[in-house]
Design a protein around this ligand. Structure first.
Ligand code: F6R
Length: 366
C-alpha cells in the first residue's frame, strides 16, 4: 500500500507530479487556451462582482491560502484577505453578500473551517470550497467548489494536498484574470504552458533527494531552524517550518526574509541553520543581501535556488536547486526540497513520520 516507499509521506511527496497533473487534467486546455472549471464558470458574476475574496483555512491549507493571496491579487487584481478559520469565526467579521469566501481544506472536515463557512453563509456571502476529500462535510456545505483530486493523503503531515491546492487556486486566479482582462493573452498562454510543465519540473526537483538527505544528516541535531522567503515564497517558508516542527519536533519558524532584521536576527549564531528560499526573480538581490547578513553572523545557510545559480552558491553552506519557472509558480517547486528535508531529518531522528505525536489527520473538534 505504500507502493514500495518506507512511509506514506515519502510516497505522497513522490506522487506530486501525478497529483498536480490530475488536478489540472480536463481543466487546463492549453491547445484552446482555456481553463475550464464549472464551479467558477457557473458563478463567474459572483467572483467578478466581489468586493473582495476572503480565504479561510487552517494549518497547511492556510499556507496555500497565503500563496493564493499573492496570485489572485497579482494576476486577477481582486483584493484578498486570508484568515485562520478559528480567528475568523470568533471575531464578528464584517462580511456581506458582496464577499466571496473560499474555504480550503484537505479533509473537508476541519471543525473551525466548517464553522467559518456557516458564519459566512449566514451573512449572505457566496462560499466556494477547495477540498480534497470528495463528498466531505465542507464540500457539501459550500455553494460551489473545485476538488484538488490529489487522491487519498494518509501521512498526517500534508504534502501533495498543499501543492494541489495551490494548483487549483492558480487555475482559478488565471481564469478570473482572463475574464477580468487583467492578464494579456500572451501572458495567459505563457502561464498555461508553464503550469503544464510543473509536473516534470517537480520530478526534476525530487532528484535532489540524496543531496537533501546528506544535508539532513548534518543538521539533524539542531534545536532551532529559521526559514526565510519573500513574496510568493514567504508562505512556503512558513510551510517548510511547519513540516519540520510537525514530524521532527525541532522548533522552527518561518519569516518574511526582510523581517529578519526586526527581531529573529538576534537568534542567529553558528548553531542556527537558516533555510533561505532565494529563487531568481522574486526579489533575488534583496534575498542575497539577507543571506549576507546571516553569513556575517555565522549562521549556517541552506539556499533553495534556481538551477545554475551562482551568487547564493558562493555564500551559502549548501544549495538545493529547483528548475526555473514563472514566479507565481515557484511555490510548487520550492516546497518540494523543504518537504524532503523535514522528512529525512525526522527519519534520521527515528520519529514516527506518518503519525507524529499529538497530531490527527483531521481536526474535527475546535
Ligand atoms: C499540516 C497539517 C495540518 C492541516 C490542518 C488543516 O501538515 O496536516 O496543519 O493542514 O489541520 O486540515 P485540512 O486541510 O484537512 O482542513
Amino acid at each position: 500500500e505504500k507502493g514500495g516507499y518506507e512511509h506514506f509521506m515519502l510516497k505522497e511527496i513522490h506522487e506530486q507530479p501525478k497529483a498536480i497533473q490530475d488536478t489540472y487534467r480536463g481543466r487546463l486546455l492549453r491547445d484552446q487556451a482555456i481553463i475550464k472549471m464549472a464551479g467558477v464558470e457557473d458563478n463567474m458574476k459572483k467572483f467578478l462582482n466581489a468586493n473582495r475574496i476572503i480565504i479561510v483555512a487552517c494549518g497547511t491549507s492556510w499556507h496555500a491560502g497565503l500563496v493564493a493571496e499573492y496570485i489572485f491579487e497579482d494576476l486577477a487584481r481582486i483584493p484578498v484577505e486570508v484568515e485562520y478559520a478559528s480567528e475568523f469565526r470568533y471575531r464578528n467579521p464584517v462580511i456581506t453578500e458582496n464577499d466571496v469566501l473560499i474555504a480550503i481544506s484537505q479533509s473537508g472536515e476541519t471543525a473551525d473551517t466548517l464553522a467559518a463557512i456557516k458564519l459566512a453563509k449566514s451573512k449572505g456571502a457566496f462560499v466556494f470550497g477547495v477540498c480534497n476529500v470528495v463528498g466531505s462535510s465542507i464540500a457539501r456545505e459550500t455553494h460551489a467548489g473545485a476538488y484538488t483530486h490529489a487522491g487519498p493523503e494518509i501521512g498526517v503531515a500534508s504534502t501533495k494536498a498543499f501543492t494541489t491546492q495551490i494548483t487549483v487556486l492558480t487555475l482559478m486566479a488565471l481564469r478570473l484574470a482572463r475574464a477580468k482582462g487583467t492578464i494579456s493573452s500572451s501572458d495567459y498562454r505563457h502561464h498555461l504552458l508553464e503550469l503544464e510543465m510543473i509536473p516534470s519540473k517537480v520530478e526534476e526537483a525530487l532528484k535532489s533527494d540524496a543531496h537533501i538527505k546528506y544535508i539532513a544528516d548534518i543538521y539533524k541535531e539542531a534545536t532551532n531552524c529559521l526559514y526565510l522567503g519573500r513574496g510568493y515564497n514567504f508562505p512556503v517558508a512558513l510551510e517548510g517550518a511547519l513540516k519540520l516542527k510537525e514530524i521532527s519536533y525541532i522548533h522552527a519558524e518561518g519569516y518574511p526574509a526582510a523581517e529578519m532584521k526586526h527581531g529573529p536576527i538576534a537568534l542567529i549564531d553558528e548553531n542556527m541553520p537558516v533555510i533561505v528560499i532565494a529563487t531568481k526573480k522574486g526579489h533575488y538581490e534583496k534575498v542575497v543581501s539577507n543571506i549576507q547578513e546571516i553569513k556575517s553572523r555565522k549562521g549556517k545557510i541552506i539556499g533553495i535556488v534556481t538551477e545554475g545559480d551562482e551568487q547564493v552558491k558562493a555564500l551559502a553552506d549548501h544549495v538545493i536547486e529547483v528548475p526555473e519557472t514563472l514566479e507565481p509558480l515557484t511555490p510548487l517547486l520550492t516546497t518540494i526540497p523543504l518537504q524532503l528535508l523535514s522528512y529525512h531529518i525526522a527519519v534520521l531522528l527515528d520519529k514516527n513520520v506518518d503519525q507524529p505525536r499529538n497530531l490527527a489527520k483531521s481536526v474535527t473538534v475546535e
